[in-house]
Design a protein. Structure first.
Lengths: 205, 205
């Protein structure tokens, strides 16, 4: 079982690699400096998944990008459901990062009668009652929860019944899901804690 | 210069520690398992900042929480400015995670004449023209950018002129800031990449 933090670093390496031409070769030291870690950590992270470097030289950018894309399963299309089409939900629907080819929000749900049936960012809002049947019909495997905290557990249960394998939860509450479902909680205020550290140190990387 | 990834892990340790009573003692192995990393990484991360463990036993939860809170500079109050009071900006204003005692959004700005002067989540929307003077008056050191991409660089320049030391940027564009300003870009779609990895592996940590 690969630690989640290691997988998160792969995403960070992938973004850094995208800034270079395909045929460039980067050493683990160069890649480490780009993302703010050590070259030992880079080598350890990548060898978890296989031997992709050129001994004595480093990593071929094009090839490493391809390998990480495959490891993160970004070389396929994931269908997503979003539940709670409020301020945050609508901002995510409109965000270019959620319209990439590998992730597509396919169905959106809410329990507000005034929203059900209207089209938001190109998708018709469906009732939460329809989560299970819609997810099975479209083969949706990832759910995003952007409802108020008190609704989150009920919504998670409906998503699990609909067959999701992964949940991205924005509601500020601990939700319980079966062992076989991967849960990722997002708390944007943690981003601030990184800033406060560097501001108090007076330095920046 | 501590790598940003190390600081991010401290935030993760801090959240894990909050689930335990103050007088409990946790080994680096136990802490590592809680967050999904190795005990060597935990020890390395913490010794960057000092010796806080009890040799042979581990870390006293209360004491380590206090130390990390101090290292992340969460034992003081930071004033924030938010620019771009749209869907995402308003969702962040209403979010309990941004109303903690250590981070307080103190002033909000927009360039839409229909929004300037009205009160949103308890704060009056000011014109972007007023950023520099308002930030100096309140001693605001952190700026949050939730404007469209094409406005982000201009807004960043105004924040820097107003004296901010750190910027949290949500707009999907690369912005340039002086060396002495700490910039943190947020891309919520990276959270999905972690999910897709675990869904394709069929396991979860
Ligand atoms: N994690 C983070 O960093 C972060 C940041 C901002 C907001 N939030 C959280 O995201 C959530 C949404 O915030 P918002 O500002 O968009 O709120 P909002 O009130 O604008 O939107 C909530 C939506 O959920 C819908 N809803 C309520 N109960 C429901 C249910 N049982 N089933 C389906 N839909 C339901 C509402 O009708 C509404 O459309 C909140 O929990 C908030 O705390 C998290
Ligand atoms: N990073 C992420 O994960 C993520 C997620 C969702 C949205 N976003 C991004 O966040 C931004 C906001 O998204 P949204 O859905 O809230 O958009 P929105 O259109 O609802 O809000 C944008 C706000 O910015 C204001 N604005 C425009 N130009 C401005 C300027 N020059 N100065 C000050 N204010 C200005 C508008 O008047 C509006 O109030 C977008 O760039 C979007 O791509 C990022």
């Amino acid at each position: 079982r690969v630690p989640e933090i290691t997988v998160e670093r792969l995403s960070i390496y992938l973004r850094a690699l995208k800034k270079f031409p395909e045929e460039k070769v980067l050493s683990s030291q160069e890649l480490a400096e780009l993302v703010g870690t050590t070259d030992a950590q880079v080598r350890k992270d990548i060898t978890y998944f296989g031997e992709f470097g050129i001994p004595g030289q480093g990593y071929h950018v094009g090839k490493l990008k391809e390998e990480i894309t495959h490891i993160l399963a970004l070389d396929r299309e994931w269908e997503l459901a979003l539940v709670g089409v409020g301020k945050l939900g609508t901002a995510l629907l409109a965000y270019p990062g959620f319209k990439k080819k590998e992730f597509r929000i396919r169905a959106i749900f809410d329990n507000d009668p005034k929203k059900i049936g209207i089209r938001i960012e190109g998708l018709i809002v469906r009732s939460v009652e329809k989560i299970s049947e819609t997810l099975s019909r479209y083969g949706i495997k990832i759910g995003i929860i952007t409802t108020p905290a008190e609704a989150a557990q009920d919504v998670a249960d409906r998503l699990v019944r609909g067959g999701v394998k992964g949940i991205l939860n924005f509601a500020p509450v601990r939700i319980i899901v079966p062992e076989k479902v991967k849960l990722k909680n997002v708390d944007l205020s943690m981003e601030l804690e990184t800033l406060s550290y560097f501001l108090s140190e007076g330095t920046s990387t």
